[in-house]
Design a protein around this ligand. Sequence first.
Ligand code: NAP
Length: 307
Amino acid sequence: MDGSFEVVIIGGGPAGLSAGIYATRSRLNALLVEKMFLGGQIANAEVVENYPGFPDGISGAELGSLMANQAQRWGLQTAIAEVQRLELNGAGRSVLTTEGRFDAKTVIVAGGTEHRKLGVPGEDQYLGKGVSYCAMCDGAFFRDQPVAVVGGGNVALYDALFLARFASKVIVIHRRDQLRATKILQERAFEQAKIEFLWDTVVDSVEGDGKVGGLALRDVRTGSRSDLAVAGVFVAVGLRPNTGFCEGLLDLTPEGFVKVNANMETGVPGIYAAGDIRSGSPRQVVCAVGDGAIAAISAENYLAALV
Ligand code: NAP
């Protein structure tokens, strides 16, 4: 690794790994920079049931690991480092990281998203003491205890279904009376006797004494307040993009997603965005890998036009 590449890919989830597979098979000198581990957030999914080719489903961790193996088999170089800044550097681009600087002719931004917080009192205080953003990681700590899940999307229902295996009761707290989650998950959750729903309800604060003991709730229709005793709360209220390192350089939506066209081109030549981080993404693994392929093909075309 000499610090200078034809393509630097930021992010080691499905979009970044797919871009890596396409770039290396085009014989481009490519480096992927990832801050944690290859595979991305999909590792937190107990099972992925909608990725074509796996009719019985596959664990998220295994799918991510297979993608990483495939990319590395084709020669994708990888670095574990956190990207701090993406900069223009004459005709090239520089990726500044905690492990040093990587220069590149093209960059594919595929840094994904992180969990959104509720932003209520007690949430940070009780992180790891009953507040969690990962049911797969922490669910088993709550065997035979009541827990809450906040949110009404796919992640909330996957979390609730997973937690129902351990917890005595799972209360899904949703701010509306209609779930956002896909119908098949709704059907499963409604059938699971341990899962209850609190509709039109928001969390005002997380309460406890050293660890989570309950939640202060508010009915958004009537304004009436109530307390719910739970040992744990799993927050699943959506995602926010990891785009802090490219603020000021790339055009972002008000929510912080990178604006791209159908070729995954940002407004800056030679810089592409792919996967959950880009505007308009349906945030599905199958879409992320498609984005990664498109971004790598666009980068290859850009490099070909330089010579
Ligand atoms: P999501 O689909 O954006 O849902 C977030 C949920 O949290 C919504 O129900 C939202 O309510 C609620 N919410 C947002 N802010 C809130 C707040 N401040 N207080 C209370 N509730 C709040 O997010 P997600 O479930 O994390 O999923 C993220 C993405 O990954 C989605 O695009 C999803 O489709 C995708 N995904 C797909 C699968 C799959 O199997 N296909 C699996 C997992 C994730 P409202 O409904 O009222 O907005």
